[in-house]
Unconditional design. Structure first.
Length: 470
């Protein structure tokens, strides 16, 4: 049976515990709600405002890119790229803090085992009785803070937001990596196509040098025509060297994205590339759920919001309960006796009154940082809409331009063929032929670049919409 005196001693701390539990609902911490974002209504600058919520960002990169080599490289890059692996480690860091935040509701428990020996002065109060004193202790202590104002809950939510922000950042790295690998791969295919055209041009100009020399021997052209043809032939060979050098560097760039040492890259051909997916941008609001950087930015805002809650709760009193219990004895063999048992239970409220303005400063800083996070979130969203608008316009422009480039190449090829035939029959000037040849080569290279830009605009649109991480 517990004596009346013991009951009175324990009743007050127990009352504090009951009060603490009762006051758990008295939170000053606010719940986060997404701010009103008028920017989402007109994020895309286009004449055809999308009404369909479907977006090409919902398509997996495995379905968007049909080239088997490219699929292999993207998969390899997602496994081995160093930026991806760094982002994963950052997730592990924030996950550890998240676990710590969740443990904030739990009490702090510690155990102590110690032996104290005290040599006493002979002239001291107890020195005349004891020359030395030994004490043994085996105890445990517990401390718990009641989350009256929601400070612990807000800290937990801030940790959750930081963790989810790192997950979203990892997705953003994946999106960028998929885009970079695809872009570099298609640049290689375009360079291969330009290399093939240039090699054909070198072979044709080698043959034309022989032809022009024969015409000179026949008296139809002079030495200037021969020299000009030789100059064009060497110009094409120099261009060939430049393209090969660019291919070598582009292969190295792709290897770096894949997280491996430099080596030759196996690949398909540009003419066999196509995108089967429909170009759908979805409504602007889908960027809030598809763009990883936008998602990460909002989690940054949530983190700042919850930390503002924490700073606000510091103005209010905190209720802390501490308990200490164990065994103390002057003799080691009596340490675990019932008479060696002791216990202490303390409950207290602490109200900050004056602390050199630290709490107010922390609150003001937290509010300013929350406003900064909100502005960063809005800026990220506006940037996302801007990127979608630009990518969409680029795709439409490159698609329209491709037909004109094809017509240009066809016309210049005919001009080159006709000029060469007229020159052989003495009806044209060799300068016309040289001009037609140079223009035809430039047009063919531009046509290849136009097709590349058309494909890259699809990749840019896919990335801008937030595709690639699913």
């Amino acid at each position: 049976m517990i004596s009346h005196s013991t009951y009175k001693k324990l009743s007050k701390p127990l009352l504090l515990i009951v009060v603490a539990i009762t006051m758990q609902s008295c939170f000053v911490a606010k719940d986060y709600t997404r701010p009103e974002l008028e920017e989402t209504d007109h994020l895309f600058r286009t004449d055809n405002l999308p009404a369909d919520s479907l977006s090409m960002a919902d398509i997996s990169w495995k379905d968007l890119f049909s080239d088997s080599y490219l699929q292999q490289y993207i998969n390899e890059g997602l496994q081995n790229n160093l930026d991806i692996r760094t982002a994963i480690q950052q997730i592990l860091v924030t996950e550890a803090y998240l676990k710590q935040g969740k443990a904030g509701y739990l009490p702090t428990v510690s155990a102590t085992a110690q032996m104290t020996r005290q040599e006493l002065s002979g002239n001291s109060q107890f020195g005349s009785f004891f020359s030395s004193l030994d004490q043994y202790e085996l105890s445990g202590s517990l401390s718990w803070e009641a989350d009256i104002w929601g400070k612990i809950r807000s800290n937990k939510r801030a940790s959750e937001a930081t963790y989810l922000q790192s997950v979203a950042a990892h997705k953003a790295v994946k999106t960028q990596l998929v885009s970079s690998i695809a872009t570099t791969y298609y640049q290689l295919l375009a360079l291969d196509a330009q290399l093939e055209v240039t090699e054909q041009t070198v072979a044709a100009r080698d043959s034309s040098v022989i032809t022009i020399k024969a015409l000179k021997d026949a008296g139809q052209v002079n030495q200037v025509a021969v020299d000009q043809n030789i100059a064009q032939y060497n110009n094409a060979k120099a261009l060939l060297v430049d393209i090969k050098a660019t291919i070598f560097k582009t292969e190295n760039a792709l290897n770096l994205l894949l997280g491996r040492s430099s080596q030759p890259i196996q690949r398909g051909s540009l003419e066999n590339q196509n995108f089967d997916a429909d170009i759908k941008v979805g409504v602007p609001a889908t960027l809030l759920s598809n763009r990883p950087d936008v998602i990460a930015s909002e989690y940054g805002l949530i983190n700042a919001f919850e930390l503002t809650n924490v700073a606000r709760s510091n103005f209010y009193p905190s209720l802390t309960l501490t308990a200490n219990s164990g065994f103390q004895s002057l003799e080691l063999d009596q340490l675990l006796d019932a008479n060696s048992l002791f216990a202490t239970l303390v409950g207290g409220l602490t109200q900050p009154i004056f602390n050199q303005r630290r709490i107010k400063t922390q609150h003001e800083v937290a509010k300013a940082q929350q406003e900064q996070a909100l502005l960063a979130f809005k800026n990220t969203l506006l940037t996302a809409g801007n990127e979608v608008s630009n990518a969409l316009y680029d795709y439409e422009a490159e698609t329209e331009k491709f037909e004109y480039r094809q017509n240009e190449v066809e016309a210049l090829r005919n001009a080159e063929s006709n000029s060469e035939e007229l020159l052989k029959n003495g009806y044209a000037n060799y300068l016309d032929l040289l001009t037609a040849r140079q223009s035809a080569l430039s047009a063919e290279l531009n046509l290849i670049d136009n097709k590349l830009q058309q494909m890259l605009s699809v990749i840019n649109l896919y990335e801008a919409l937030g595709g690639g991480w699913k």
